[in-house]
Design a protein around this ligand. Structure first.
Ligand SMILES: Nc1nc2c(ncn2[C@@H]2O[C@H](COP(=O)(O)OP(=O)(O)O)[C@@H](O)[C@H]2O)c(=O)[nH]1
Ligand SMILES: [Mg+2]
Length: 445
């Protein structure tokens, strides 16, 4: 951490403003050379020319100096906001490198922030989640995690386990005084084990939170599935044709639904296949529908060919919604819809009912718990590994307390469990793990 790192913090390309950031002991020297200032007030915005040691004025910029105690990285830092021209950006970073800086590795600014205890490891991970969140819900959860919610939960659990350990050790330290092992302590340990299980289970949502809810549109050929995809997207994405069996391969696109995103799959219509190619498409439809989070069955209200048998089977296992399409052609059809399944009448042609459909989707997402609530936290796969390991130690300790009352070994397992938990926030960090974690960042973060 002794060297000074530099990187562009904004995307490379032409933009109104670009931010070049440096962190490390050379920042004040750079200010002296590039801006001819010997005195600089921390966190004060200066409008000044950036000048190379060869006296070339590169750009008029705004720069800020952050002293170590008030910076993101916990080191002296410098931010230079220049005009967003790649020529200017390169000249500034090259000059900083000439002055002794080196280009930062991916995630190195955040890594320094972690090593200087400005963030715990969960918060560092959350920086990445905040940057990449694709939905409002994912963003809200990532921002809570950046605020330290997971670290806080883990420290609560650790404190409880320390209390349990202390109680066990008291029995061990004073064997003659007949301190009776408190059964409450056993119950507390059990409760912590349940909490760990709950934490681990939140990982269930990680994928849908990151990539959206997978929703598959199924139905007979010509029901209007591709038209519905286009209507929800507001663009002509899929081919729409009166000729049945047009869509053979599936198409997927993402739409926004309230605070969430839904990845919609438009599929080949289900009917007895007329060619081997169509059969492949239909098999794919069934496979997609079996693995998705939500099924939308589109029925053409003018052709009463009932609910697909395949849909009936799938809808038992999956949240589903029936869409009665083409109501611009009359809504006289009485379609028998399986009990408990909601239906919405729409016309992709006139747009009628599309808002109700969007609302119904948002409601199903909430009612069927397809997404975590925004005040939840979600653990990632690294956390799952650590939590599972910690839980194994804890359960072993609980088992020993219950079965053999072997307090010595129970205490040792608890200690191992506690130590393992520390890896979540990074108390027992190791270099390889940090390389892997921060390697996922872009340069400049
Ligand atoms: N009148 C009417 N026609 C529709 C509606 N939705 C789709 N269609 C027509 O139905 C035919 C089949 O539509 P398409 O989206 O290709 O159906 P898919 O095979 O289920 O994907 C096309 O001719 C569409 O123009 C609708 O709401 N009203
Ligand atoms: Mg189609």
């Amino acid at each position: 951490m002794d060297d000074t790192i530099v990187a562009l913090a904004t995307p490379l390309g032409c933009s109104a403003i670009a931010k070049v950031r440096a962190s490390g002991p050379l920042c004040l020297d750079i200010i002296k050379t590039a801006f001819s200032r010997t005195e600089v007030e921390p966190r004060h915005a200066y409008l000044d020319n950036f000048v190379t040691p060869q006296n070339e004025i590169v750009d008029q910029v705004i720069f800020l100096f952050f002293d170590a105690s008030h910076s993101y990285t916990g080191q002296d830092s410098l931010e230079i906001d220049c005009h967003g021209n790649p020529i200017i950006i390169t000249k500034i970073t090259d000059t900083l490198c000439d002055l002794g800086c080196r280009i930062a590795n991916p995630g190195e600014f955040t890594r320094r922030a972690f090593l200087n205890r400005r963030l715990d490891l969960c918060q560092a991970e959350a920086v990445l989640d905040v940057i990449h969140a694709k939905s409002e819900r994912a963003l809200a959860i990532a921002q809570r995690q950046l605020g330290g919610v997971l670290g806080h939960k883990i420290s609560e659990i650790s404190s409880t386990l320390i209390r349990v350990l202390a109680a066990i050790e008291a029995c061990l330290d004073f064997p003659d005084e007949e301190i009776v092992f408190d059964q409450n302590i056993y119950q507390i340990a059990l409760k912590v084990s349940q909490d760990l299980r709950r934490f681990i289970d939140t990982n269930f949502y990680k994928n849908s939170l990151e990539n959206g809810i997978n929703m598959v549109i199924v139905g007979r050929p010509n029901a209007g599935k591709s038209s519905l995809l286009n209507a929800l997207l507001n663009i002509d994405r899929a081919i729409v044709s009166p000729e049945p069996g047009t869509t053979r391969d599936f198409i997927s696109e993402t739409i926004k639904a309230g605070p969430d995103i839904i990845k919609i799959y438009d599929t080949a219509g289900i009917r007895p296949p007329k060619s081997s190619l169509e059969k492949i498409g239909i098999d794919k439809t069934i496979e997609l529908a079996s693995n998705c989070d939500l099924i939308l069955l589109v029925l053409d209200i003018t052709t009463p060919d009932g609910i697909l048998d395949e849909f009936k089977q799938l809808s038992i296992k999956k949240p589903s919604l029936v869409v009665l399409n083409k109501i611009d052609l009359g809504d006289g059809l009485a379609v028998e819809i399986p009990p408990g399944i909601e239906s919405v009448k729409i016309s992709t042609k006139t747009g009628h009912g599309l808002d109700s459909l969007r609302l119904a989707l948002a409601r199903i997402i909430t009612e069927k718990n397809l997404m975590p609530s925004e005040d939840e936290f979600i653990v990632n796969s690294r956390h799952v590994q650590i939590l599972s390991k910690a839980k194994t130690y804890l359960d072993l300790a609980i088992h020993r307390l219950a079965q053999s009352n072997d307090l010595e070994l129970a205490a040792s397992d608890l200690r191992l469990g506690l130590e393992t938990l520390g890896e979540i926030t990074g108390k027992y960090d190791n270099e390889n793990m940090l390389d892997e974690l921060f390697g996922q960042f872009c340069i400049g973060k």
